[in-house]
Design a protein around this ligand. Structure first.
Ligand code: ATP
Length: 299
């Protein structure tokens, strides 16, 4: 019987490894796809060093028309809106309205076909790509936690950050409690091979990682996951604090974010339908009222 059980164990154990292997392979393929997309971008003439200041920049879309492929309908059909330097601007709209595409165009993952996009008053096409990417911080909706320690996760894109920079980013993103709770503090392994972080913590880690690169404009695709009250409050405080120092453009999923925003851009069907504060839009725009009632996560 023991021999049989041992045999069974050897038979079953590799299945777990296979599943893990398949997950890793899938992640690897996604990374290769992303690298391929980056490789396919038009070549940049000269790489210019990132600016030493982190002064906030604004941006402007003017009559932007964009289609992902020639034979596809335009996703942006004349998008126009302005974000002044500093402060919090929220992008809202139904699924498929073109919000994420705004981020993709700003990052120059794709090039728009018509209209103009400026960042800091300068045509986006005139920015050397490394300089543009250095100016932008991008926090994804489900920001991944990388295999490694929390410190490695935070310094991933800012190897030259000092210990002071690191401490400051942790405090600004209200991660001190997390660091204090982890058995080896910043040197604790996190992610699927270490301590698992909640959705709210993961997003704040991603914000801290982005802040360590001193962005002049932070693009934030807000987490849709339900957060507990503490994480909800922390995320709200962090967004408000970051917006007091730099420009933040957020694809908003939370009522607290839109109510705190300096301006909200309502997108619909590849265009901008309305711009205003939460109170103005609730009073004026039917679609916004509907979104506020149905789409935004409570609190
Ligand atoms: P959601 O809230 O669901 O994320 P969204 O407002 O962010 O929606 P986008 O993701 O910008 O909308 O998508 C707008 C349209 O562009 C959709 O019809 C979508 O299917 C299409 N689209 C988005 N990304 C790509 C892509 N990489 N290639 C082709 N089509 C795309």
């Amino acid at each position: 019987l023991i021999a049989f059980l041992l045999y069974l164990f050897y038979l079953v154990a590799p299945i777990g490894q296979l599943v893990e292997g398949a997950v890793q392979l899938q992640q690897g393929l996604a990374a290769v796809k992303r690298i391929k997309e980056i490789e396919d971008l038009p070549a940049e003439p000269v790489a210019v060093a990132a600016p030493s200041t982190a002064e906030p920049v604004g941006l402007r879309f003017t009559d932007v028309v964009f289609r992902y492929a020639e034979d596809r309908p335009a996703v942006h059909q004349g998008v126009s809106f302005e974000v002044p330097p500093g402060g919090l601007t929220a992008l809202v709209g139904p699924s498929g309205a073109g919000k994420s595409t705004v981020f993709a165009l700003l990052e120059r993952f794709y090039e728009h076909q018509e209209g103009t996009i400026t960042v800091g008053g300068r045509d986006i096409g005139d920015w050397p790509l490394p300089e543009l990417r250095a100016a932008l911080g991008y926090v994804e909706q489900d920001a991944p936690v990388l295999a490694g320690t929390l410190r490695e996760n935070l310094l991933f894109a800012a190897q030259d950050a000092t210990e002071d920079d690191l401490r400051r980013a942790i405090t600004r993103t209200r991660l001190d409690d997390l660091v204090a709770r982890l058995p080896e503090g910043l040197d604790t392994a996190v992610g699927h091979r270490g301590v698992l972080l909640s959705g709210g913590e993961r997003q704040r880690v991603a914000i801290a990682r982005a802040l360590l690169r001193r962005p002049r404009l932070l693009l934030l695709d807000e987490a849709t996951s339900q957060l507990d009250a503490v994480n909800e409050l922390r995320l709200r405080e962090v967004i408000a604090e970051v917006a007091a120092e730099t420009t933040v453009l957020v694809i908003a999923h939370r009522l607290s974010t839109v109510t705190n925003a300096d301006r909200i851009v309502v997108m619909e069907g590849g265009g901008v339908r309305a711009v205003g504060t939460h109170d103005e839009l609730v009073g004026q725009d039917e679609l916004y009222r509907e979104l506020a009632a149905t789409q935004f996560l409570v609190s």
